[in-house]
Design a protein around this ligand. Structure first.
Ligand SMILES: O=c1ccn([C@@H]2O[C@H](COP(=O)(O)OP(=O)(O)O[C@H]3O[C@H](CO)[C@@H](O)[C@H](O)[C@H]3O)[C@@H](O)[C@H]2O)c(=O)[nH]1
Ligand SMILES: [Mn+2]
Length: 551
């Protein structure tokens, strides 16, 4: 059965974007087919490997699979330039971070390519879970969750509480009795088979083979009723049932709520990509996409979805992972300081520490070595290429100094002054056959204020190098090794921002070098001016310049 659904939208009713659309779909499909499992794909993604669905079912239907809320597949993209200039494939995220999360409590939900268990979406608890307490969650307690209205074999004494729960149902799921009646059915059909030794409340075999009755007019009318725009009024849809509203990254929040209830999720990487989609390859679009994600993260940090307030069912490491999701945009502040520091020390001719002591060198060395080992481990373990990793590092700095910073400021504005956050949909690449260059988008330069901080960093570092160079050349005893040491850090920053500067140059591939030569010349001229201005006035001849000494 294929049904195309278009929900009702009206002025005066917030349609809640994607989250609202998904909730409407969940309800209307409950009436029409009530499948126990739901695949969610974005409009810019498609199925590339139909067998992937079966793999998801294997996890869900396996013994113990009834505590899995969703199976997430990696996002893979088409139409990205072969050099992957702005790390659009997000390889490090999808092949390192998400795979690592699979060993904790499960990967985050990333919005597309995800198979859900229907009743997990309804905001129910998993059948059983573990509560962690004590230091670092070392004390564990197995919990069998009461299934509330789902528990059909409830003891007679519980009848009274069930009645109360039954009365609350309209408040939770809305007024449709058909919808409410479909919930226990979906729960039963989603269970693993009962003939495993370990399953206590499995599904009798053959249950799913029974024929479905064709839709009658009454059913269709009910299916339309549940997607009318006032259906959600005074219900818990969007607050604790279904996709959660009010965030620009509704996916992370929705997945978090499930993990918080104690559900597990699974990451499934198939040999042949399960799904494929498009990604923005233009610098401006990419920066705006990252801005939206980072803004969502800051929002999460300042909301009740901050993992610090999570329940005890969240595994300690999973809590740390979600904390990181909310915190990472804030690192931009430090990142920006780090990008200006090399320039500052070149200009002022001072290193960040007064003297290079042994302890400092040991610290520096051990941190550097452990970071290198970490990178090596990530690359070896996940099988990504060095190129993928390097692109990711580069874009981390580009996004970190631009989008993340703006996201933090936007988030603070929202929290302190209540200014609302708008976001633009991620631009979809226009794939027309007649364009000569497949990656024309890549070279399109569209100005955005987000580009100012990285651009300033580039300029400052180039000028600083020129100043230091000029000073060393004109000093009586040139200290070249010191210059080299200082320049190294600046060049390291510049190397990270190379794809960004390429993005500003537009189409002609020759341009970057020319512009670099020009900006280099410009910076040297500025530096010479600086040197002549700052030369002390009491020198005898014109060109004699006092040597600069390490303080
Ligand atoms: O009013 C709306 C707006 C968006 N969508 C859907 O939301 C998807 C995501 O929007 P897109 O502009 O493609 O954003 P991306 O940055 O590509 O999306 C990533 O990030 C989003 C926010 O975290 C997730 O929702 C997505 O699943 C994830 O692919 C779209 O494909 C649509 O299917 C709607 O259904 N209704
Ligand atoms: Mn998209």
């Amino acid at each position: 059965m294929l049904v195309y659904v278009s929900r009702e939208k009206r002025p005066g009713y917030d349609h809640n974007k994607k989250a609202g659309a998904m909730n409407a779909l969940v309800r209307t499909s409950a009436i029409m087919s009530n499948g126990a499992f739901i695949l969610n794909l974005d409009c810019d993604h498609y199925i590339y490997n139909s067998l992937a669905l079966r793999e998801a079912m294997c996890f869900m239907m396996d013994r113990g699979g009834d505590r899995i809320c969703y199976v997430q597949f990696p996002q893979r993209f088409e139409g990205v330039d072969p050099n992957d200039r702005y790390a659009n494939h997000n390889t490090v995220f999808f092949d390192v971070n998400m795979r690592a999360l699979d060993g904790v409590q499960g990967p985050m939900y990333v919005g597309t390519g995800c198979v859900f268990r229907r009743i997990a979406l309804y905001g129910f608890d998993p059948p059983r879970t573990t509560e962690n307490s004590g230091c670092c969650g070392r004390r564990k307690m197995k919990v069998k969750c009461k299934r509330g209205m789902l528990n059909k074999n409830a003891a007679v004494e519980e009848d009274e509480t069930e009645d109360i729960e039954a009365q609350l149902i309209p408040r939770k799921f809305g007024s449709s009795t058909t919808l409410v009646a479909s919930i226990p059915v979906a729960e039963l059909e989603g269970r693993p088979l009962s003939d495993y030794a370990g399953t206590t409340n499995g599904r009798p075999s053959g249950l799913l083979t029974s024929a479905r009755e064709p839709l009658d007019a009454a059913t269709v009318a009910e299916a339309i009723n549940v997607i009318s725009c006032w259906y959600e009024d005074k219900t818990e849809w969007g607050s604790s049932v279904g996709w959660i509203y009010g965030s620009v990254t509704e996916d992370v929040v929705t997945g978090y709520r499930m993990h918080d209830r104690g559900w597990r999720s699974v990451y499934c990487v198939t040999k042949r990509d399960a799904f494929r989609g498009t990604a923005p390859i233009n610098l401006t679009d990419r920066l705006h996409q990252v801005l939206r994600w980072a803004t969502g993260s800051v929002e999460i940090f300042f909301s009740r979805n901050n993992a610090l307030f999570g329940s005890r069912r969240l595994k300690p490491l999973q809590r740390v992972a979600y904390l990181n999701v909310g915190l990472y945009p804030f690192t931009s502040v430090f990142l920006i300081v780090y990008c200006f520091l090399p320039a500052l020390s070149l200009v002022s001719n001072q290193f960040i520490v007064q003297s290079l002591g042994l302890t400092f060198l040991i610290f520096l060395l051990s941190i550097t070595i452990s970071m290198c080992l970490l990178a090596l481990l990530e690359i070896k373990w996940s099988g990504i290429t060095l190129h993928d990793w390097w692109r990711n590092e580069q874009f981390w700095l580009t996004g970190g100094t631009s989008a993340h910073l703006v996201a933090v400021m936007q988030g603070l504005l929202k929290v302190i002054a209540g200014v609302d956050i708008n976001f633009t949909l991620t631009a979809k690449a226009a794939t027309s056959e007649d364009t000569v260059d497949e990656f024309a988008e890549l070279y399109e330069v569209r100005w955005s204020a987000l580009m100012i901080p990285p651009l300033t960093i580039i300029m400052t570092n180039i000028i600083a190098i020129a100043i230091a160079f000029g000073r060393t050349v004109y000093s009586r005893v040139p200290d070249w090794s010191k210059l080299l040491g200082g320049v190294f850090f600046s060049v390291w920053v510049l190397a990270h921002l190379y794809p960004f500067s390429k993005g500003l140059m537009g189409r002609r591939r020759r341009t970057p070098t020319i512009v670099f030569v020009w900006s280099g010349l410009l910076a040297i001229i500025i530096s010479l001016m600086w040197v002549s201005i700052s030369s002390p006035p009491n020198t005898a001849s014109g060109l004699q310049i006092q040597p600069f000494q390490f303080p």
